[in-house]
Design a protein around this ligand. Structure first.
Ligand code: M6R
Length: 617
């Protein structure tokens, strides 16, 4: 979590850094801070709260001049969110400044050693320990900043992406990474460099970027080639400069009030992008190169284990139904955080599919490393190109959803399901577990999904009206069966994370085993009751809720009459094949959560206590 950004060049650093922090704010928004170097002094301003608060504070506190600066937006780990614990942190001498994303696990022992050597600390953070450790090494070992950073990082246990500045070497910036992402944008003729947790802060300035790998350090000097070294053995590494595909439009709100709403509405296009070049309906072909290249492994797999967190885990649950149904391969879906710590049984005959939007989730990354160490083949489903998870996998596929900035995951979920459906269909063809007629039908239906989602999006005003009736609820139940059970879980997660209403998702038939005790006339129950998939059973569940005075909001197939008679509200989605219904039924649940959260005056894009990419375990 946390976003870091830095600039060294010839332009005013302040606007670049403050705008960069706004773009990185999705990574954490407990506090924010900036250090600017004006050629003589280090000017520091930091505050609890969001970047907008920092912006106002800076105007009152410091000069915003200088062509070098570093900035940070924080998701608190060590120390409560307050001004003092905010980054950047300055070393005891006042010469060094650092921004850090990650956790230094052995900071306490290092801190005691430094206290014994005469250091005192202003904050409770692990980062202040790191910058003073660097200073102490620089002083006692009489080495340059880069060397001091390298020695310090070899003493550190934990994760980091850091940018370090030394007033005594103002043309230089040191950047290093282990476990947390960092990108370096390269300006024309190396006259300027941009550093950030992702490329969004600098896309209007350069398309050339280097993504540091774990255990690497970059020494960045104005007007000179970047030198990249391995932290462990100091060996030089060739810089791999990539051309960024991102554009400014993709990371702006484009007229929508919130990123989440924009991203909900982007789903038809996002799915078209996911399917492009992969679903060739006319030819009856599905082409995913990462899969084709490893087809033998997939066909011989005895089991697929899916590892993921949060919404991506829900996509994994949908995939479990699809893979078992279509391709007849046994599937287990694991929370990455549990899987990594429970000595799981993994063999070389297993395929592990890791799903992650950000590609940076610490638990998912650790689960991948564990699976690989036990000989399993790891296949990734990621959205962010070049992310840590995308690089760590043996092979994989990108979802191509485009940047997802709202903390609540929306288009990532539907594109993950889309890609996983394509994989399952391709495997079913190769294994002969699906008839040609069914296969063709699915291909055709999949192609129609974007249009059908557009139709669901047209019901927005109706959903908003329903949201108005339930915005004061304190609890909410979500029920679904089969393919739509994970959708119920996802609906509940969406509501709780952005509106802070307690919500639970259940398989509809589990109601009778406990949750039904919660039903009364104040309990809204959202039921997914599409015509294909245990319809009659779900209708019976709805009756059971009704007879206990629960309020029913049902997501039904267009033209449904039976549920309409008993439910308080119905939201229609177009008909499709059962396995594809999650791609449609998810949409009204996203919109319902969104509207309730907006009406409750919640910060939809940056809900409290959360961050978009969870790079700490
Ligand atoms: O980037 P990832 O897909 O690995 O992230 C996993 C979860 O942190 C994420 O899905 C989270 O649950 C979302 N906030 C849900 O909306």
């Amino acid at each position: 979590m946390c976003g870091i950004t830095a600039y060294i060049g010839y332009r005013d650093a302040y606007p670049i850094i403050i705008n960069g922090l706004k773009r990185l704010e999705y990574r954490g928004y407990d506090s924010a801070g900036i250090m600017l170097y004006d050629g003589e002094s280090i000017n520091l301003s930091k505050t609890k709260g969001k970047v907008s608060i920092l912006e106002n504070k800076i105007k009152e506190e410091i000069s915003d001049s200088g062509v070098i600066g570093i900035g940070h937006t924080r998701w608190a780990t060590h120390g409560i969110p307050n001004d003092i614990n905010s980054h950047p942190h300055i070393s005891q001498s006042g010469n060094l400044a650092i921004v850090h994303n990650g956790i230094i696990e052995n900071y306490s022992a290092l801190k005691h050693e430094l206290i014994d050597r005469g250091y005192s600390f202003q904050s409770e953070t692990d980062t202040e320990v790191l910058i003073n450790l660097i200073e102490e090494i620089k002083k006692t070992e009489d080495v340059k900043l880069g060397k001091a950073v390298q020695i310090a990082l070899n003493q550190v246990i934990g994760a980091y992406a850091i940018a370090v500045f030394d007033k005594e070497k103002p043309d230089e910036m040191i950047v290093a990474k282990l476990g947390s992402p960092i990108a370096i944008g390269i300006g024309k003729d190396n006259q300027e460099f941009f550093i950030a947790s992702d490329a969004s802060p600098f896309i209007e300035y350069t398309k050339d970027a280097i993504y540091l790998e774990d255990g690497e350090m970059a020494i960045i000097k104005k007007g000179r080639e970047i030198s990249i070294r391995k932290l462990k053995d100091d060996s030089l590494i060739d810089a791999n400069v990539q051309e960024l595909q991102l554009n400014l439009e993709q990371i702006e709100k484009g007229g929508y009030e919130h990123f989440m709403l924009k991203e909900i509405h982007e789903q038809p296009q996002a799915i078209i992008d996911t399917l492009r070049g992969r679903l060739l309906t006319d030819k009856g072909i599905i082409k995913i190169s990462g899969l084709e290249n490893n087809m033998k492994r997939f066909l011989n797999a005895e089991r697929i284990i899916i590892v993921a967190c949060g919404t991506s885990w829900h996509a994994g649950l949908v995939a479990e139904y699809i893979f078992e149904d279509f391709a007849r391969i046994p599937v287990e879906v694991e929370y990455a955080s549990e899987f990594r710590y429970r000595n799981p049984i993994i063999t070389e005959k297993d395929i592990v599919i890791a799903i992650s939007q950000s590609g940076e989730t610490a638990d998912t990354l650790a689960a991948i490393k564990l699976a690989k160490s036990k000989g399993a083949f790891v296949f990734g489903v990621c959205n962010v190109v070049g992310s840590s998870i995308a690089r760590e996998n043996d092979s994989g596929v990108y979802t191509h959803a485009g940047p997802e900035i709202g903390v609540a995951s929306t288009k990532a979920f539907t594109t993950q399901i889309t890609v996983l459906t394509l994989i399952a269909l391709r495997l079913s063809r190769a294994k002969g577990t699906m008839t040609s007629a069914d296969y063709r039908l699915y291909l055709q239906e999949l192609e129609l999904i974007p249009k059908k989602i557009k139709k669901v999006l047209e019901t927005d005003e109706h959903i908003k009206a329903i949201a108005k009736k339930y915005l004061l609820s304190t609890n909410c139940l979500y029920l679904g069966r089969g393919y739509n059970f994970p959708v119920a879980l996802e609906g509940a997660l969406k509501l709780k994370e952005i509106s802070y209403i307690h919500a639970e998702g259940y398989p509809a038939a589990e109601m009778k085993h406990g949750p039904i005790a919660l039903i009364d006339d104040r309990m809204p129950v959202i039921v997914i009751a599409t015509s294909k998939g245990h319809y009659e059973k779900v209708v019976s569940n709805i009756q059971e809720i009704k007879s206990r005075s629960g309020k029913i909001i049902a997501v039904v197939t267009e033209g449904d009459t039976a549920v309409r008679e008993i439910a308080d509200h119905v939201i229609e989605v177009p008909d499709t094949e059962e396995a594809l219904t999650p791609l449609l039924t998810t949409i009204p649940l996203q919109l319902l959560s969104y509207h309730i959260a907006v009406m409750r005056d919640c910060n939809v894009d940056q809900p409290r206590n959360l961050a978009k990419s969870v790079t700490v375990e």
